[in-house]
Design a protein around this ligand. Structure first.
Ligand code: ADP
Ligand code: MG
Length: 317
């Protein structure tokens, strides 16, 4: 199979939302009136972000999902993507599954694959995604204000707990593993939430490197500090079974791959969040507040500061 057959067969779909899609030297894209482009890339490297035997359908999903998550965190509506892929060989069964996983999620979010690059090499997957947002409504990291509430979507730590099991750092019973694995392999990017938070959130970020690290980016960009209430952090029933263990705390506070949104809102807008949570059928939880100063303090249930370094949090990781 030639490179061009491969592209035609596995990566070419109709792109009615583009002036020109796959097949020329470049795609042609028209941003709709009143919007600016939000552009982001995320690369998944075999051996670093996934194992060589990863399920190709799920890998196709995750390759796009991590990019959609960045659009969500900007409050942008995802529109188009390009895919640069290095493959050790043209394995048609693998390609069919990978592209099926990729396009299933793309279709769900109205994203069109408009181009890319295909080359032979160690398996490597890089998506660049393009979304639209009115410039003034983009959710930046830099807008958190002292007194704002800090919120997260969904539940934290399941992906890291599943990974800990796969790495032999904990042994989960089969039913518990089955409950956590989808968070690791099939994260659901919070695109609808990002759109709903336009004009409401003062700052936002997606949690890819763990809550403390990613909230830390908001704090740095906004030049503020935070106080978090550990007992308020939303966790699944499975993770809750292990919550007294250091490993579980580490998963919740600094495990990666959650792909939930962490955002700040002024206390006055509290009620709007319950309405959004209900409409999206997505739990939204207040986990703390923005304070003057720098850094993040996590209080345990009795109000004492947790030693977050002992939870695996490393500022210089
Ligand atoms: P060029 O040599 O001009 O860079 P290519 O031969 O790399 O063009 O690609 C041919 C066409 O196929 C281009 O429109 C490119 O965007 C598209 N393309 C290449 N690889 C992919 C891919 N993995 N997914 C989607 N489109 C792709
Ligand atoms: Mg090329």
């Amino acid at each position: 199979m030639s490179e061009f057959d491969l592209i035609r067969r596995y990566f070419t779909r109709a792109t009615p939302g583009a002036l020109l899609g796959v097949g020329d030297d470049a795609a042609l894209l028209q941003v709709s009136a009143g919007n600016v482009l939000a552009v982001s890339s995320d690369m998944l490297v075999c051996g670093t972000h996934f194992l060589p035997d990863a399920d190709p359908f799920l890998l196709g999903h995750k390759t796009l999902a991590v990019n959609l998550s960045d659009m969500a965190a900007m409050g942008a509506a995802p529109r188009w993507a390009v895919l640069a892929i290095a493959l050790p060989e043209a394995d048609e069964a693998w390609l069919a599954q990978f592209s099926a996983g990729f396009f299933a999620l793309a279709q769900q979010h109205g994203v069109e694959l408009v181009g890319g690059d295909t080359t032979r090499g160690p398996l490597n997957l890089c998506v660049t995604i393009f979304g639209e947002v009115p410039a003034q409504q983009a959710l930046r990291r830099s807008g958190a204000q002292v007194g704002d509430e800090i919120w997260v979507s969904g539940r934290l730590g399941d992906a890291a707990l599943a990974l800990a099991h796969l790495q032999g750092r904990i042994a989960l019973p089969a039913a518990e593993l089955a409950a956590c694995l989808p968070a690791l392999h099939q994260p659901q990017p919070r695109v609808a939430l990002g759109l709903a938070l336009r004009g409401i959130a003062s700052s936002a970020i997606d949690i890819s490197d763990g809550l403390l690290a990613d909230l830390g980016h908001i704090l740095d960009a906004s030049q503020v500090g935070a106080q978090l209430d550990f007992a308020a952090l939303p966790v699944s029933p499975v993770l809750n079974n292990y919550v007294s263990r250091p490993l579980a705390r580490q998963c919740i506070l600094s495990g990666g791959d959650d792909y939930e949104l962490c955002f700040t809102v002024s206390a006055a807008r509290h009620a709007e969040l319950s309405a959004i949570a209900a409409r999206l059928n997505l739990p939204l939880t207040r986990i703390g507040k923005i304070v003057a100063g720098r850094g993040c303090i996590v209080h345990d249930a009795s109000g004492n500061p947790l030693n977050v370094e002992a939870c695996g949090y490393d500022h210089f990781r």
